[in-house]
Design a protein around this ligand. Sequence first.
Ligand code: ZN
Length: 139
Amino acid sequence: MQPWSEIKCHQENRPGDYMASIMSRYVAVNKDPPPLLNGSLDDLPVVKAEVNHGRWIATCGAGCGHALLLSVDAEVYLCSDCGMGWQQVEWPKDRTKIEAVLLKRPHDVRAEPEPASRNWIPGETIKMLREQNAEKGIS
Ligand SMILES: [Zn+2]
């Protein structure tokens, strides 16, 4: 596989289990075990997945600035930097289409470590992404 031939997730960048990784980061920062994750995920605050420099990430709903590289099927997010704790990850319904449009954007691995133009934030439509591509001459 070529580098950055897909929108990356936790699995491509960091070996190991996503849940184990985010909980161990919590322990490392807080010197305490993470809060228990029990009850329905629907009771948790929601964070929306976004694409940042070619990676699926989410940022803490409390606005503390904490961000995580999501696993490809992440259902939860754990902030280790503020008291927000567990949050439910909401993925866009048109995720596959978003990825397809963003992957048309070039990435020169010699010029930059990450494809800086591959970004998507909740609310941006496929039409908007295609228009951004067209402005750069990408069909
Ligand atoms: Zn936070």
